[in-house]
Write a protein that binds this ligand. Structure first.
Ligand code: LLP
Length: 425
């Protein structure tokens, strides 16, 4: 459920008409709903009632300070994958004790900063990384809390670019090797094993792969505990999918996901960490865009909008589906006159296509459209390709809204370059 709906003949974000935001801020622009972020966080968290669970929002999905501060106020922790994300999480008020640090390529400088602020744990993905962390922690006279990310070799049944749990993927240590690596941790003076970590992929719409992976992790944790390792928590990663296309996808609910986890854990005396990103932010945001031209091609209709692949990369990168709705509520006449159109952006690449042969209503230049489910992996993946201004972001809260990342000026953007003096003397 989200808070983008038609009222008084047009689409609103909570109590703010999208047409007002388009008029006052310009398009393209991301619009997020506070109420939806809060609702998703609460629904997700309450699925784990009865367990000792920490919900660490995957900052990579949406790292805007206003979004993070909204979630911090709900008690969220953070899953970060870079020093940049760590600083963003801290600045937004997420306490370091609720931050976990994931990622296959942490640099010593990043480890140092994370140790300095005292994060909850490092999710370590290889033996060389473990040794590097041991070294950095040693230099600082600290003992780093570690969970090894294990690769359960499970097919997540999602898009191949966002599946992470097969042995051919770069993530985690091999399943078979895990006991040996935990023994190695015991021999290293400046790391301490506190947990086990797993994350098999993103946008999973089936519980079975999760269940297979979690069962493996639970059996590993039991083995490790019986070997004397003080495994206190299990990090189950993120990945629960959302319904991008309500007609085609019915991902499991957070409640079903939570029940499955409770069942798999049984009476194992461990706390859990969850790292949802998309589930919290995905349907809490839209990308608002204006239709520039309606072009009749030889065999198809093109709707050319002012958003492009640099603003929302998912369709070009993963062939992702985003529902595209007119902001003006279509009346019966428009609905009956439905057309098929390719929604494309202005960037000079054929891949700058948001949807092909999409059934929609007849629209005219100047009409606004909303790309739904764009709150996760939207703005964070945006670029300035084709020297297009980095797309701004707006957060709505009831009847008010704020620009939470302004559109840069072209001078700001071009001013980031410098011309070396041999070209100007
Ligand atoms: N934890 C780890 C270690 C991850 O790598 C990820 C996502 C998450 C948690 C959060 O997963 P989520 O709950 O959001 O599915 N750009 C792609 C998605 C990349 C996901 C990368 N890792 C997309 O637009 O679909």
């Amino acid at each position: 459920m989200d808070h983008f709906s038609y009222k008084n003949g047009e689409m609103y974000a909570e109590d703010v008409p999208l047409s007002r935001i388009a008029r006052e801020v310009g398009t393209p622009v991301y619009v997020y709903s506070t109420a939806t972020l809060q609702r998703h966080f609460r629904v997700f968290s309450s699925a784990f009632e009865g367990l000792n669970a920490l919900v660490c929002f995957a900052v990579k999905a949406n790292s805007n300070q206003a979004v993070l501060a909204t979630l911090a106020a709900e008690g969220a922790g953070a899953d970060v994958v870079s020093i940049g994300e760590l600083e963003r999480a801290l600045k937004a008020g997420i306490p370091p004790q609720r931050i976990v640090f994931s990622g296959v390529g942490k640099k010593p400088s990043e480890m140092r900063r994370a140790l300095e602020v005292g994060i909850k744990q490092f999710n370590v993905e290889s033996e060389p990384e473990l040794e590097a962390l041991n070294h950095v922690a040693g230099e600082m006279g600290q003992i780093a809390p570690v969970s090894m990310r294990v690769n359960p070799d499970v097919d997540a049944k999602t898009h191949h670019k966002i599946a992470t749990g097969k042995s051919e993927n770069k993530f985690g240590i091999s399943w078979a090797k895990a006991p040996e690596v935990y023994r190695e941790i015991n021999n290293l003076p400046n790391v301490r094993a506190t947990g086990v970590d797993v994350h098999i992929g993103s946008q999973l719409t089936d519980l079975d792969p999760f269940k297979l992976a979690f069962e493996k992790v639970v059996s590993l944790v039991k083995d490790l505990r019986s070997e004397g390792h003080a495994i206190e928590h299990i990090d189950l990663g993120g990945g629960l999918g959302i319904p991008y296309d309500p007609d085609a996808e019915t991902p499991p609910s957070p409640v079903d996901y939570g029940s499955m986890i409770k069942q798999v854990l049984g009476d194992l005396p461990c706390s859990i960490i969850l790292e949802p990103g998309r589930l919290i932010a995905g349907n809490a945001g839209i990308l608002l865009s204006e239709l520039l031209y309606v072009k009749q091609g030889e065999d198809r209709l093109f709707y050319i909008v002012d958003a492009a692949m640099n603003d929302l990369l998912r369709p070009a990168m993963y062939d992702a589906f985003h529902n595209i709705l007119p902001v003006a509520e279509p009346g019966d006449n428009a609905r009956n006159a439905s057309v098929q159109a390719d929604f494309v952006g202005p960037v000079c690449e054929t891949g700058d296509t948001f949807a092909k042969a999409r059934k929609t209503v007849p629209m005219n230049p100047g009409d606004l459209v909303a790309f739904k489910s764009a709150g996760a992996y939207g703005a964070v993946m945006a670029s300035t390709y084709n020297t297009r201004e980095l797309v701004p972001e707006v957060l709505v809260n009831g009847s008010e809204y704020a620009v939470v990342r302004a559109r840069p000026t072209l001078d700001d953007m071009i001013g980031m370059d410098t011309v070396p003096n041999w070209l100007t003397r």
